[in-house]
Design a protein around this ligand. Structure first.
Ligand code: NAD
Length: 478
């Protein structure tokens, strides 16, 4: 992916293109130079769209079993090279190595699930004589690929979220142009190269690199693109939706995920899980626990448990070391945003239970309580190792607090009280409700997507395949 001058290329039609204009690309933890990133312009974009458009026509003509075999082969290739791929994640994001390996395992699963879905592109049969005028007619639907998909991905899961675009897109017979985060281009290039190695034809997967504001806009508005699949922040998602026109647009956006613990919860048992749900990978996970509602009788116990657990975490160390709990945050603006939000909370009277410590680009797990509801730390997505604890008296108060959010992706609800559980199922506004599980849980075949400002449409392989197809109706009058 890198030439002799250390320039990291764009991957178009199975070949690397190295541009004159470049941007430095550094290891997040060590700040050492990883290379100079090529920057795509309109000419590269046109080449990529043309290559994808030509390749897609042949790819869609392959029998389903062959697309499936190739996706299985890609999964195997990734699994064989787990360590190399995981180390790329470590270098580009400072994700601790144990989490990076776990991400690769998930990406392997995502490609395998996609390989299976490639053989299940089934439409449905309609009962035409259910209505007057339908007598004698037959009808059924077929799923057709949309064509060329622009897949725009964030930095935080640079293998698995790319897999959630490539896998379903290819399963359905589409070609893709990936625009990865500028923080994580090498992870996307690695998988594009691996796809070529296992025999996926050139042009089916292309990777362009460049600033979201420049090449991202040009990609989203390009006439040769039939669908945009975006995972990232709300502001960028909204902007993409506003310029995408009538094209299909799948938006997987952010959240300030919450969990409610009712009085029947064994706080001792679940506290370690709450801690990792809130602060693993420095809270840079879209379904990180940012808010915990706990019954007032258990509030102090929970605060002291979390304080004890976090005091045992190893923070700010090299992500390549297997005992690192949290390393550095992705960049200085992420750290400054988090620090300012904590300061705003303290100014408003919040109590810091632990954390609010910083060194270089690392932030220690920060637990706050007594936070007024209007604060950014409660209302906005922090994407940082920050968790707010809110005490409540009755369960409705907790549900109202959780629902008082612009976001709704995953919500957790702990209870052994069936009445409470059922009430939560009926009233919590969220893409998914996880009973006796933290909101940070995601399995890659689950339907996944939010309500409100958390996005529109669903990923989770089988669901993404549907999103990436047109369902064509066939009516036959014999
Ligand atoms: P981001 O929104 O800053 O960037 C995401 C991608 O959009 C990057 O590739 C970026 O280059 C690109 N981009 C930026 N401006 C663009 C433009 N004008 N046109 C087209 N593309 C543009 O997000 P990030 O900081 O990389 O990731 C964090 C965000 O992603 C958080 O909000 C998080 O919640 C969200 N996220 C959501 C999910 C989910 O499945 N719902 C998963 C992971 C992350």
């Amino acid at each position: 992916m890198k030439n002799e001058q250390g320039i990291i290329g764009l991957f178009i039609d199975g070949n690397y293109f190295f541009t004159e204009q470049t941007v430095e690309h550094r290891n997040v933890y060590h700040q050492t130079l990883l290379g100079h990133l090529s920057q795509a312009d309109a000419t590269h974009l046109n080449l990529a769209v043309e290559a994808a458009s030509n390749a897609q026509k042949q790819w869609a003509m392959l029998p389903a079993y062959r697309r499936s075999e190739l996706l299985f082969a890609l999964a195997e290739e990734l699994q064989r090279n787990t360590e190399e791929a995981a180390m790329l994640i470590v270098a580009e994001t400072a994700k601790p190595i144990t989490l990076a390996r776990a991400e690769i395992m998930r990406a392997v699963t995502t490609y395998r699930l996609s390989a299976e879905e490639a053989t299940r592109l089934q439409g449905e049969t309609l009962v035409m004589d259910a209505v007057r005028g339908g007598e004698g007619k037959s009808a059924f639907t077929v799923l057709e690929p949309v064509g060329v998909i622009a897949a725009i991905t964030p930095f935080n899961f640079p293998f698995n979220l790319v897999a959630h675009k490539i896998g379903p897109a290819l399963a359905a017979g589409n070609a893709v142009i990936i625009k990865p985060s500028s923080q994580t281009p090498c992870c996307a290039l690695w998988i594009a190269e691996a796809a070529k190695r296992v025999g996926i034809q050139d042009g089916v997967i292309n990777v362009i690199i460049g600033s979201g504001g420049i090449i991202g806009d040009a990609l989203v508005t390009h006439k040769g693109i039939q669908m945009i699949s975006f995972t990232g922040s709300f502001d960028v998602g909204l902007h993409i939706r506003s310029i995408a026109g009538l094209r299909k647009t799948l938006l997987e956006l952010g959240s300030n995920s919450a969990v409610i613990l009712d009085q029947s919860t064994d706080i001792n048992l679940i506290a370690p899980k709450l801690a990792s749900g809130a602060c693993a990978f420095s809270g840079q996970v879209c379904i990180s626990i940012q808010r915990i509602a706990v019954h007032e009788s258990q509030h102090d116990q929970l605060c002291s448990l979390l304080k004890t657990i976090f005091s045992g975490w190893i923070v700010g160390t090299d992500p390549a070391e297997s005992n690192t709990s949290m390393s550095k945050m992705i960049n200085s603006s992420a750290l400054i945003k988090a620090k300012n939000a904590v300061q705003q909370a303290k100014n408003a009277g919040a109590t810091v239970i632990c954390g609010d410590d910083y060194h270089e680009m690392s932030m220690w797990p920060t637990v706050l309580t007594d936070c007024p509801s209007h604060l950014d730390i409660v209302q906005q997505e922090m994407f940082a190792p920050i968790v707010v604890i809110q005490k409540y008296r009755d369960i409705q108060e907790a549900i109202d607090w959780v629902n008082d959010s612009r976001y709704g992706l995953n919500t957790g609800f702990y209870s052994n009280n069936l009445k409470h559980v059922w009430h939560a199922i009926r009233t919590i506004k969220s893409g998914a409700l996880l009973i006796n599980e933290i909101p940070t849980y995601r399995a890659d075949h689950m339907p996944y997507g939010g309500v409100k400002d958390s996005g529109t449409g669903k990923e989770g392989v089988a669901y993404a395949v549907r999103e990436m197809c047109h369902e064509k109706l066939i009516v036959i009058q014999p």
